[in-house]
Write a protein that binds this ligand. Structure first.
Ligand code: SF4
Length: 186
């Protein structure tokens, strides 16, 4: 079955959307409408264009020098099936995955009661940046986030332990190293 992802663009090099040099897959569509959002053009569910996930995988396979892939938006959690396929592919080639969402981790667990593939997506994400952007909590002192309420979560460990576990930056460095080595074979 063909799975397609609605996107405004794919950016091949970013150093602000997660650790290292990352390719960012910007997804189209967001319901949160946070006051002060930097990407209002990604809110609409009818703009952007549809790309076959298989073509995105081919693009990822051709990339050289990126330390990982970031799913951002928009809200990637509005297109779980497509993002899951991309995340699973990245993990299969040992490429680490960051995912930004306006939902909190707890809201995602609740949503997963009706959409169980959300759990599978979280199992294939190395860092989840969760929560809406809150203008009153905007800060330049929280790396890779826009506001202090947002968290860098290790979703795999959080699911395993049944509680929120924050991402460990030392481990993120080792993920970068392993993915960089893997790029030799991609
Ligand atoms: S969740 Fe992100 S993309 Fe959506 S409105 Fe909030 S800041 Fe903007």
């Amino acid at each position: 079955m063909q799975i397609r992802l609605a996107i405004p663009e794919i950016q091949t090099d970013s150093i602000v959307d997660g650790k290292g040099i990352r390719a960012v897959i910007w997804t189209q569509g967001c319901r949160h409408h946070c006051n002060g959002c930097h990407n209002p053009m990604t809110h609409s569910f009818t703009d952007g264009y549809l790309v076959d996930v298989e073509d995105i995988k081919k693009d990822i396979a051709r990339m050289q020098g990126q330390d990982g892939i970031t799913l951002s938006g928009g809200d990637p959690l509005e297109q779980v099936d497509a993002c899951l396929e991309i995340a699973k592919y990245c993990q299969s080639i040992k490429l680490n995955v960051w995912c930004y969402t306006g939902y909190t981790y707890e809201e995602l667990l609740d949503k997963a009661k009706k959409e169980p593939n959300i759990i599978e997506l979280l199992e294939n994400v190395d860092v989840l940046v969760d929560g809406r952007f809150v203008l009153e909590e905007k800060s330049f002192d929280v790396p890779f986030r826009g506001s202090k309420n947002q968290r860098l979560i290790d979703p795999k460990r959080s699911l395993k332990l049944g509680k929120v576990v924050l991402a460990n930056f030392d481990e993120l460095d080792s993920l970068l190293n392993s993915s960089s080595k893997m790029k030799v074979f991609v």
